[in-house]
Design a protein around this ligand. Structure first.
Ligand SMILES: C[S@@+](CC[C@H](N)C(=O)[O-])C[C@H]1O[C@@H](n2cnc3c(N)ncnc32)[C@H](O)[C@@H]1O
Length: 286
């Protein structure tokens, strides 16, 4: 089987099973993974024969994808903020929209003089906190997650991307942070309500429910806890930035205000949906 036949065959199967909106891209990502050729090289080697081992690996990868396993889990990586992050089925696959959270955090940090301690709560693969640490050298970032398996992935990413992060904390929200204060807390927590969870695509259902599902009817129980408890973990005028669903934005902004945050602001994602809220807490602690 030649490279062009492998690619065309995979595209046809993806189309027949309505697997992807970008079948050629996915086919080339899988073939690039099994051949160790770049996607560009696949086209310059278009007429070349695959060896039997490559054909077997490609068929295996295809069968996973036809079973709706997300491509990032098959190839074990996902690009975020122009860096490659290891992903396993223990972590949420980083989303492009979450880069807006990073941008927002970076612009907050740029305006701060002095200590810049950052907590990435619910870190998963570590994509948010690690990117902040790499983009803003003065930031001292801590990564935390309730899942030890997710934290292990974040640790590997931190090392392989050469980040300066040294603190990885297994914790249910702020439980392990008694008495600790941060300049900035960022979080992309689980916020999918049970009724939305049932409607998710088969691809998304391969991701850990712990990373997606909030058991409360409106999906807001963890977000509300984070807003309320974070007040005790922020330095004076410290900021909290949280990602949520666009259908939750009004409720989340209301909760920030109700809990006494100032400058409550929303931000839109890449699809122009309101997905992010930040606020500043003028508490008396310092
Ligand atoms: C939506 S994922 C976000 C992952 C990553 N920050 C990102 O943006 O790609 C949510 C993460 O929260 C973690 N999590 C769920 N419940 C938690 C809790 N009570 N305390 C801390 N982390 C929790 C999950 O293990 C998961 O890694």
């Amino acid at each position: 089987m030649r490279i062009k036949e492998a690619l065309n065959g995979a595209v046809k199967q993806f189309q027949q099973h309505a697997i992807s909106d970008t079948p050629l891209l996915e086919a080339s990502l899988l073939l690039s993974f099994v051949t160790n050729l770049t996607r560009e090289q696949l086209y310059t080697h278009y007429e070349e024969e695959l060896d039997p081992h490559q054909i077997a690996s490609f068929h295996k990868a295809l069968s996973f994808r036809l079973d709706h396993t997300p491509i990032a889990y098959i190839i074990g990586k996902k690009e975020f903020y122009a860096r490659e992050f290891l992903v396993t089925p223990d972590v949420l696959i980083p989303r492009g929209d979450t880069e807006v959270l990073v941008e927002t955090a970076l612009s907050i940090l740029e305006k701060i003089d002095g200590e810049k301690s950052v907590l990435d709560l619910c870190t998963g693969s570590g994509c948010i906190g690690i990117t902040i640490a790499l983009e803003h050298k003065e930031a001292k970032v801590t990564l935390s997650d309730i899942s030890s398996k997710a934290l292990h992935v974040a640790h590997i990413n931190s090392i392989s991307l050469d980040s300066p992060i040294t603190e990885f904390v297994e914790s249910n929200l702020f439980d392990a942070f008694d008495g600790r204060l941060f300049t900035l807390i960022v979080s992309n927590p689980p916020y999918i309500a049970p009724s939305w969870y049932r409607e998710l695509s088969k691809d998304v259902l391969h991701e850990p429910s712990l990373a997606l599902l909030d058991e409360s009817e409106d999906g807001l129980s963890l977000i509300k806890s984070i807003i309320s408890i974070s007040k005790g973990h922020l330095h004076k005028e410290g900021s909290l930035v949280i990602e949520c669903d666009y259908r939750q934005i009004e409720a989340v902004m209301k909760e920030f205000t109700f809990q006494g945050f100032n400058e409550v602001t929303y931000y839109t994602d890449l699809g122009n949906k309101r997905r992010l809220v930040s606020g500043r807490y003028a508490c008396t602690k310092s």
